[in-house]
Design a protein around this ligand. Structure first.
Ligand SMILES: Cc1cc2nc3c(=O)[nH]c(=O)nc-3n(C[C@H](O)[C@H](O)[C@H](O)COP(=O)(O)OP(=O)(O)OC[C@H]3O[C@@H](n4cnc5c(N)ncnc54)[C@H](O)[C@@H]3O)c2cc1C
Length: 433
């Protein structure tokens, strides 16, 4: 029986190289006040080095220029890449383009639409196009996608799309949008939606604004990582722009989200570990009331608690990844849902404690912690709110239990049964007395 917690030494060497590149070349860029295009210019030469290391776009299959790694290796790589918010660009797996590329790859594998690969996928992988994923609507609970209202109706050789979306990450700087639309309103709740590719410059695509958020309160529309509000008004695109099979929108979304959650959770761990390093460094350096903070029991509690949370999130995530590799994504549903809320909480708690140990400095923008903290808050909402994942885990777990009139472990009932089962023994014991 194989049950190992070791990373293959060759792959560990690649991970160590990746971490060195991130710490030496990418961390310094984080501190500069430059726009995203300038970041890209600085990062481009690093992309060639990542390709030489064999770590470029590792989430993609080899025929698309990726490494075809299983989820465990991808998870371990994302843990390193997650340390810096800029690193995914150097490693060819920045959101939302990486997820959208996976979506198009999965959909075109099903339909054999090589034309869609030529037009959208390859330029996206080459960084020549930028994309957005447009599903959430301001008027409906994103947690329940069966409530989506944006429609796509066939008219001659075209889809006509009408609807209102928001939080389409990178929507305002995208070249195309993958829009989740109701195409079959009379089908069952999970078969009524399809994904349609819409070039962003199509007439009727109205970019309303990039929504200011806790992460970017003073955003100006047209920014990278902006979360865009978009109105689709009589937007016409060819029927050929359907991605995958009509009515399969939710199935496609699931294919994208399962592995995506593992990668997210591992990146969160990378962030949490970076915050943890800051916490510990400060604890051994700051002196107050006769001793270093590291000698105060309450701070030791922060360290011990954070370490346990990081380790448990890491093992849980790698277990989910391992299960996906050994079986299939659907077999790891409960584990994937658990890492979503457990991992998001770990990230949030560890950064919070690191801020606390730094005092006023932690609250200030002189440390990266306050920005990490604001970004971390969103992890409990996107990719499915924590509560929805918790409800899903509870539902699946509870299916394994039967309703009973008397609890199975009720001691008087068990005692009565045991007295019958061991009547002879009890009789003998009594007579011996
Ligand atoms: C940073 C960020 C990036 C995003 N990027 C994208 C993107 O690129 N494309 C896109 O389409 N969307 C994106 N989203 C939107 C995201 O997917 C939604 O915010 C999310 O699905 C929740 O939907 P909602 O905001 O409508 O909240 P609601 O569905 O209204 O939920 C609000 C709250 O209600 C509670 N709740 C809901 N359902 C249940 C339940 N069943 N049981 C218990 N409690 C419940 C939860 O506490 C939840 O947080 C992004 C969001 C953020 C914050």
């Amino acid at each position: 029986m194989a049950w190992t917690f070791q990373t293959d030494p060759d792959f560990q060497r690649q991970l160590d190289q990746a971490r060195e590149l991130i710490e030496q070349e990418i961390y310094p860029l984080e501190t500069l006040d430059i726009d995203y295009d300038t970041y890209l210019e600085a990062i481009r030469p690093l992309q060639a080095r990542v390709k030489e290391m064999g770590l470029w776009a590792a989430h993609l299959p080899p025929e698309l220029g990726g490494m075809g790694y299983g989820q465990v290796r991808l998870g371990l790589l994302n843990e390193v890449v997650g340390r810096s918010f800029l690193a995914p660009v150097a490693f060819g797996n920045n959101a939302p383009d990486s997820g959208n590329a996976e979506l198009i790859a999965v959909a075109t594998e099903q339909t054999g639409r090589t034309d869609q690969r030529e037009r959208w996928l390859y330029p996206l992988l080459d960084g020549k196009l930028r994309s957005g994923f447009s599903m959430t609507e301001p008027g409906n609970a994103g947690s329940d996608p069966t409530l989506l209202e944006t429609t796509a109706v066939k008219d001659g050789g075209e889809w006509v799309i009408n609807g209102h979306k928001w939080f389409t990450t990178n929507g305002s700087i995208s070249d195309f949008l993958i829009v989740m639309c109701v195409t079959n309103p009379h089908a069952g709740p999970y078969n009524k939606c399809s994904m349609i590719i819409v070039p962003t410059d199509t007439p009727g695509v109205h970019i309303v604004r990039d929504v200011p958020t806790m992460e970017h309160p003073h955003v100006s529309t047209g920014s990278f990582w902006g979360h865009t509000e978009i109105i689709y008004e009589d937007v016409r695109v060819p029927l050929d722009n359907l991605l995958g099979i009509e009515g399969d929108g939710f199935k496609l979304a699931q294919a994208r989200l399962g592995p995506g959650r593992i990668h997210h959770a591992m990146r969160w761990l990378g962030q949490a570990q970076r915050a943890f390093d800051m916490l510990c460094e400060r604890a051994v350096s700051r002196y107050s009331h006769g001793s270093y903070l590291s000698e105060k029991q309450m701070v030791q509690d922060f360290v011990a608690q954070s370490m346990a949370e990081i380790t448990s999130s890491r093992l849980l995530t790698l277990y989910a990844a391992w299960k996906m590799d050994m079986e299939d994504p659907s077999s790891a549903r409960v584990e994937i849902a658990m890492i979503k809320y457990h991992g998001a909480a770990t990230l949030y708690n560890v950064i919070d404690r690191a801020i606390q140990v730094h005092g006023g400095l932690g609250f200030s923008s002189d440390m990266p912690l306050e920005a990490m903290y604001r970004a971390a808050r969103a992890a409990r909402i996107y990719d499915g709110a924590d509560e929805v994942h918790k409800a899903s885990v509870a539902r699946r777990v509870l299916r394994g239990y039967q309703r009973v009139d008397v609890p199975t472990e009720h001691i008087p009932t068990r005692r009565e049964a045991a007295q019958i089962k061991f009547a002879d023994l009890l009789a003998k014991a009594t007579s011996d007395d």
